[in-house]
Design a protein around this ligand. Structure first.
Ligand SMILES: [Zn+2]
Length: 221
């Protein structure tokens, strides 16, 4: 049975669950933004909560003991070592994309070769899989993991066509997207098997018959 969510205005007894955090430290401060080349306001550690009954969200600044809890159980766990979930993708973008991140500096075969060289730096985070583009020319899927020692976000996939003249296209997969794609690929593979088997059997038959029937000079009737 579908539950009807109470209206946030009439939900008198909100039941808030912690759902997000942003910022850091006890109070607002100025930090230098490299990208914007100016000082910007940095939020103090701010916690977000969502009502499990009506979905209403609230945000508030963390208390001192909440900051301690956050540092011990969330921040320290995420920041094990220097690698964050963004490290490898940032390195990819720095190497192959324009400064604003909107376009690629290399395309097609040049990009495929350059990535092959670059990815030796990240053997556990980057995979390069061969596909064909719409012109049936060998092309690549580049799979870049967004993963830190203790944190997993997902995978960016870059489609690099070789001959169609199109720019590389990106899409992102969270783990549940991965499951959807895996299930689809497995179903395709399973359905293709009996067809491939029939095809092969027929080809073997035709090959045998060709040897017998199609000769030069011709076989006499
Ligand atoms: Zn509520």
């Amino acid at each position: 049975m579908m539950k009807i969510k109470p209206d946030p205005k009439t939900c008198k007894t909100h039941k808030f669950d912690f759902c997000s955090y942003t910022g850091r430290g006890a109070r607002e401060r100025k930090i230098w933004s490299k990208a914007l080349k100016q000082y910007i306001d940095a939020k103090p550690l701010t916690l977000g909560f969502r009502c499990r009954r009506c979905g209403e969200r609230v945000e508030r600044i963390a208390t001192a003991s909440e900051r301690k809890f956050h540092a011990k159980y969330i921040d320290a766990w995420r920041k094990t070592g220097k690698k964050t979930i963004a490290t490898v993708w940032r390195d990819f973008a720095k190497r192959f994309k324009s400064k604003d991140g909107d376009s690629y500096r290399l395309v097609g075969w040049d990009l495929m070769c350059a990535v092959e060289k670059w990815r030796t730096k990240w053997p556990n985070d980057v995979r390069q899989v061969r596909i064909d583009d719409s012109h049936f020319c060998s092309s690549d899927l580049i799979l870049v993991e967004h993963k830190a020692p203790n944190e997993y976000m997902g995978t960016t996939v870059v489609v690099v066509p070789q001959c169609s003249g199109e720019s590389p296209l990106e899409f992102f997969m969270y783990p549940f997207h991965l499951n959807g794609l895996l299930n689809a690929l497995q179903a395709i593979k399973k359905a293709a098997k009996p067809v491939e088997k029939r095809e092969l059997k027929h080809k073997q038959l035709v090959d045998r018959l060709i040897k017998k029937n199609l000769r030069h000079p011709p076989v006499k009737p």
